[in-house]
Design a protein around this ligand. Structure first.
Ligand code: AMP
Ligand code: GLY
Length: 428
């Protein structure tokens, strides 16, 4: 098969790495990719926003399957375009149409969906621009911490949590009236604060059955001990030791099954990944959020543990032949650690040379490039999250040592990484 993969981060590097091992693959194209994916396929200069060019490319290069890494193309209707365009409608497309992608693209939509299908989540209320006084009244009636969420996509910054009532009121005003997050905060969800441990579960679904992928824990904050600003993710671990069979059964029965059934009841066709952002509370597991894609850097920890041909299962999914089951996994622990640019998630400089990134061939580790590019034949930094290393081993502590060993040997000026990935899970 000829495969076109959209995206450029560590997640797409991991997808490209895994797909390149498939028996079914003829040729892989990654748009726009990064220099790291050239080992697995061709890096091409094609912007998903230019639907006409995407169509021309798919026809010219006889693309059989399109896989979308990030949420933006999905929320903006790339899957709808393929299904509505005669010349493209036969191409296998991995990623939901706009309606399904709204599970991530609109918090209000996803909260209503969960309420309608009895899926456990935090209590909430949604307020529009003309309902500021109602929003303030609601804040007065509830208690701290106050969780405020912009309805739409806000580049991972749309969730704000305040302990102070006045700050929360000011925030909701800024979101609704001052359009702090633009159109994304023209509606705001105010929800109950949930206390517990977060983890992520992923499925690949054809809308009827689903394949359960290995679970992961992500490290969202920039600082060690989970302090400081939220980032895209500084590291990931899979499996997550505290997720027992009984927790997993609860997640399947109360969350995954009702979600898949709910999509079908609501007549929302869904072919693609669903990422369940979950929290284990004293009142059971609840959904914090849905994403219509895989996580980054969770993918970099999850895919190396999968012991099946990914392209084969993606094809089965696109052909709607899925019978619910768990994917075969390697009984090994994967630990992924990100190296980021100094200043991230705030301002940072780009264009700094990364030493020895293309010379890494250490056993039991995989380097996934993320924010990198080629400049005068050198690989330089081109983003906040620059690259990550996944260590994979039967012994979790060995996987951790390997990941950090390799990560430390690839250097660039102003680098930063968290040295505590996995420590909270007892992996030292
Ligand atoms: P989201 O973008 O919805 O995943 O939110 C980002 C982060 O905010 C989550 O990973 C949680 O750490 C936190 N968060 C979101 N909603 C809640 C909530 N209701 N209670 C506690 N923490 C939350
Ligand atoms: N690592 C969190 C995310 O991909 O949304």
């Amino acid at each position: 098969m000829n495969v076109l993969l959209f995206g450029s981060g560590g997640r797409e590097s991991a997808l490209a790495w895994k797909i390149s091992q498939s028996q079914l693959l003829k040729k892989l194209y990654v748009a726009p990719g990064n220099p790291g994916v050239m080992k697995y396929g061709d890096q091409i200069d094609l912007n998903w926003k230019d639907f006409d060019k995407v169509r021309e490319f798919c026809i010219k290069f006889s693309i059989d399957m399109v896989i979308v890494g990030p949420e933006d193309p999905l929320v903006n209707g790339l899957a709808d375009y393929f299904s509505d365009t005669k010349a493209l409608s036969e191409i296998y497309f991995i990623g939901p149409k706009k309606k399904g992608a709204d599970l991530e693209g609109s918090k209000d939509f996803s909260k209503k969906f969960m309420q309608r299908h009895d899926i456990p989540t935090a209590d909430y209320k949604t307020f529009r621009k003309d309902q500021l006084s109602e929003a303030i009244e609601y804040l007065n009636e509830t208690h701290k911490p106050y969780v405020l969420k912009a309805d739409g996509l806000a580049g991972g910054k749309g969730v704000v949590i305040h302990d102070d009532l006045n700050l929360a009121k000011e925030e909701v005003k800024e979101m609704l009236l001052d359009e702090k997050f633009g159109e994304a905060s023209s509606k705001v969800v105010v929800e109950e604060f949930l206390e517990g441990i977060e983890f992520s579960i992923f499925v690949l679904t054809d809308g009827n059955g689903y394949l359960l992928l290995p679970e992961a824990k992500d490290y969202k904050r920039i600082g060690e001990g989970d302090k400081g600003l939220n980032t895209g993710g500084m590291g990931a671990v899979s499996p997550v030791p505290f997720i027992s069979d009984s927790i997993l059964t609860e997640v399947k029965n109360t969350i995954i099954d009702p979600t898949i059934l709910g999509l079908s009841k609501d007549k929302i066709e869904y072919v693609g990944f669903i990422f369940f952002g979950l929290i284990y509370t004293q009142k059971g597991v609840k959904v914090i959020e849905y994403n219509c894609r895989m996580g980054d850097p969770e993918t970099e920890a999850v895919l190396p543990r999968i012991d099946e041909d990914l392209l084969e299962v993606l094809k089965e999914t696109a052909e709607k032949r899925i019978i619910t089951r768990s994917l075969k996994v390697k009984e090994e622990t994967a630990i992924t650690v990100m190296k980021v640019s100094k200043g991230y998630p705030g301002k940072y400089t780009k264009g700094i040379v990364i030493k020895k990134i293309d010379k890494q061939k250490q056993k039991d580790t995989i380097v996934f490039q993320a924010g990198t590019k080629l400049m005068e034949n050198k690989i330089v930094t081109d983003g906040g999250r620059v690259f990550c290393v996944t260590g994979l081993h039967k012994e979790a502590s060995v996987a951790r040592d390997k990941a950090y060993g390799s990560l430390r040997s690839i250097e660039f000026e102003g680098e930063y990484y968290r040295a505590d990935i996995g420590k909270d899970l007892g992996i030292k």
